[in-house]
Structure formats: structure tokens, C-alpha cells
Design a protein around this ligand. Structure first.
Ligand SMILES: *Cc1c(COP(=O)(O)O)cnc(C)c1O
Length: 387
């Protein structure tokens, strides 16, 4: 919705204008940018197959839409965290290999067959179950093996691999379609653990049946070609996160969030705004109340107090800093310095986008871009752009 007389139509305002009048916020997901990021990552690892990690609803962007767009770009392998997530996108990517990172839980093997998904097996008991199930069904279905190379999260230990390598008949009862591990410190290119993990990966996978190998997440791709192996598994970089801190190889932003102004109110110097009376106004102010809160994934740690500044919104070419705490459904922004004609009931304020970067928002919130994206809530109207 545009105020009569304002005619700025860049791509972004165009998108927010498509938001329904009742929508408290618009989450714009730029599938064109997602496609560009995929091509860029593919180019960065030219000799590897570029898979896509679409767990947690494709980092909040919508797994079905995002997976479909990526498949159109040639992506033929997807990773999700859970079996339900695999089921959700199976129809959208009917021919793709679909790996479930959390592996099999007791008794869940038949469900993998039902949707043609592959478990990532990260412990001996999972391997035993998958092997037993395949023998029972007289099949040899594909699965990935996850090796622990220093993360102590998922994956077979060196001792377990030693044990398997003595009698690998158990691995003959199914198809080992991928051997993978995960880097703990890839976002820090100088961290010695990167090379340590790579060497451990080489040493341990040599003891397993020959299979395609995969080690790199988004940041791992930029550690160099020796980290690429047969397949790379980017997540965050696809969705516009900068895989490496301060990297010049910038990804295109995919997600933008705009919140609707519910009202604009004057407030006097010395008055406080919001819960806890945490922020007192130091001048006569205009406050815009915006219909986004922590229930929408806008972190409470983005709020401000007398002692600390918080995040900013952006409207009419101006910054609008948060004043006071973030409520469940609302935030309050100082729009005193924003021209009155841009700030009115019903207008949309950028809370994440071209002027409010994902990295900055994460830093102010005291978290990482992954958490910001995956928490963006369900109340926003989602608008998909695809160029
Ligand atoms: C989440 C995840 C990825 C993707 O990581 P990004 O840092 O988002 O690129 C890759 N591999 C595994 C095992 C993961 O859990």
C-alpha cells in the first residue's frame, strides 16, 4: 500500500505493496537471489556436486519453494534435519537425493522407504538398524555415513570405524552412497582445526568402503579446493548469510522483513517507552509502533535501554532506532528524525533488508545470522519474488 503521492517503486517497496492490508508484516523471499547464490557457490567449487541444505524450512525461507527453485538450477541433492522435513519437500523435488541428517530413530526405517529418503547414519546402532532393515527387506538402499572428525556431535568415532573395518560385512547390506563429516570452525579460515579435521577425515574414510565424500558447509567451500571433495553442502550462504566474516565474496540477500506501523504517537522528553520503563526519552519524540515482536522472531535482545542502543529500522531513507524493549507483538521506533510524510499508520518499515543487514542484526541481537533467519515467525505474510 502506497501513500497517495509517493511513487518510489524499487523492487523492495513493490514487494511490500503486495502485502495484504491486514498483514502485520511482510517477509519477502527473493528466489532470484537464492538462485544467484547457488550459482555462485557452485562456481566456487567447480569440481564438486553442489548440494543444498534446506533444513529448518530452508532456514526460514520456505523449504518447498526454495528447494524447487534450487532444483531448477540443477541441484540434485538436498539435506534436511528430520524425516518430516524430507516428507515435506519430496513432492517438490521428486527425483532428488534426499538426506536426513538426524538419521534413523528406532523403528523409523520403513518411513525412509515410503518417501525415498536416505538417512545419514551417525552411530553404530543406526548402522545396525539400517543394515538389519535392508537384509529383512532384501534390498540394498543408499545411506550416508557420518564420521566424527572433531565435533563430537554426530558421527562414528575412530574406534567404531576401526571396529567396522575389521568386519565390513555389515556395510555390505546397504549402499554407502556418501561418506561425510562436518567442520566445527570453518567460519575461521585460520583455525588449525580445519586442516586437522580434513586430515582426520582422509585417514578415517580410507578405512571405509569407497564412496563419494563430503566435508564442506558454506564456509568450508571458501577454505579451498582441498575441502570440496565430491560434494559440498552449503546452507546459510544460499540464504544470504556471509559464510566468512568480512569476506568480499558477498552473497545476495534473500530475506527482507518489513513491519507495519500501527500508530505514530508523540511523546515528551523524560517519558519512558515500553516494558520496564527501560528507555527514557531525552527529547520530545515521535514514536512509531510497529506490529512485529519477539513472537515473530524479532529477538528481545534487539531492544534498547538507557544504557544500550538496539537495532534500527529504516523508512523513507532514514534510520529509525528502536526505543525500549521488544514486546511479544510490537516494537517502538524513534521516528523523530524521519520526515512526517514517510511515517504514517499503515506504512511499512524495513527491519531486515537492503539497509538493515542480516549480519548487523545478528550482531546486535548477540546471535548469528542462522538463528535470526530460522526464527522468523509464522505471522508474516510471505511474498516470493522470482526473477
Ligand atoms: C547445517 C549443516 C550444513 C550447512 O551448514 P551452513 O553453515 O549453513 O552452510 C552442512 N552440513 C551439516 C551436517 C549441517 O548440519
Amino acid at each position: 500500500m502506497t501513500k497517495p503521492g509517493t511513487a518510489t517503486v524499487n523492487r523492495q517497496s513493490h514487494a511490500t505493496e503486495r502485502a495484504a492490508l491486514h498483514a502485520p508484516a511482510a517477509l519477502t523471499i527473493d528466489l532470484g537471489a537464492l538462485r544467484r547464490n547457488y550459482r555462485k557457490l557452485k562456481k566456487a567449487a567447480p569440481n564438486a556436486n553442489c548440494a543444498a541444505v534446506v533444513k529448518a524450512d530452508a532456514y526460514g525461507t520456505g523449504a518447498v519453494r526454495s528447494a524447487k527453485a534450487l532444483a531448477e538450477e540443477g541441484c540434485d541433492t538436498f539435506f534436511v534435519a528430520t524425516l518430516d522435513e524430507a516428507g515435506e519437500i519430496r513432492e517438490a523435488v521428486p527425483t532428488a537425493a534426499l538426506y536426513v541428517l538426524n538419521g534413523v530413530f528406532l523403528g523409523t526405517c520403513p518411513y525412509f522407504i515410503a518417501i525415498n529418503a536416505r538417512p545419514v547414519l551417525g552411530s553404530m546402532s543406526e548402522i545396525e538398524e539400517w543394515a538389519h532393515f535392508n537384509s529383512e527387506q532384501s534390498t540394498r538402499l543408499p545411506a550416508a555415513l557420518h564420521i566424527d572428525t572433531g565435533m563430537n556431535r554426530h558421527g562414528l568415532t575412530a574406534d567404531e570405524i576401526e571396529e567396522i573395518s575389521k568386519d565390513s560385512t555389515i556395510l555390505e547390506s546397504f549402499q554407502v552412497s556418501l561418506v561425510m563429516s562436518h567442520l566445527a570452525c570453518a567460519d575461521d579460515p585460520d583455525h588449525p582445526k580445519n586442516d586437522e579435521q580434513r586430515l582426520t577425515f582422509d585417514r578415517l574414510r580410507a578405512r571405509l568402503p569407497e564412496a563419494p565424500a563430503s566435508l564442506a558447509n558454506s564456509a568450508g567451500i571458501f577454505l579451498g579446493s582441498e575441502f570440496h571433495y565430491d560434494m559440498v553442502r552449503p546452507g546459510i550462504a544460499l540464504y544470504g548469510g556471509q559464510a566468512l566474516a568480512g569476506s568480499s565474496d558477498a552473497m545476495s540477500p534473500v530475506v527482507r522483513l518489513h513491519g507495519r506501523i500501527v500508530q505514530v504517537r508523540p511523546a515528551r522528553e523524560g517519558e519512558t517507552v515500553g516494558y520496564g520503563a527501560a528507555h527514557a526519552l531525552t527529547r520530545p519524540s515521535r514514536i512509531a509502533v510497529v506490529a512485529v515482536g519477539y513472537a515473530d522472531g524479532y529477538a528481545r535482545t534487539l531492544g534498547s535501554s538507557d544504557a544500550e542502543t538496539g537495532a534500527v529500522g529504516h523508512i523513507g531513507g532514514h534510520k529509525a532506532p528502536i526505543v525500549g524493549r521488544v514486546s511479544m507483538d510490537l516494537i517502538t521506533l524513534d521516528v523523530t528524525d524521519v520526515p512526517e510524510e514517510s511515517v504514517y499508520r499503515g506504512a511499512m518499515v524495513e527491519l531486515l533488508g537492503d539497509h538493515v543487514g542480516l549480519d548487523d542484526l545478528a550482531r546486535i541481537a548477540g546471535t548469528i545470522d542462522y538463528e535470526i533467519l530460522t526464527r522468523l515467525g509464522r505471522r508474516h505474510q510471505r511474498i516470493y519474488l522470482d526473477a
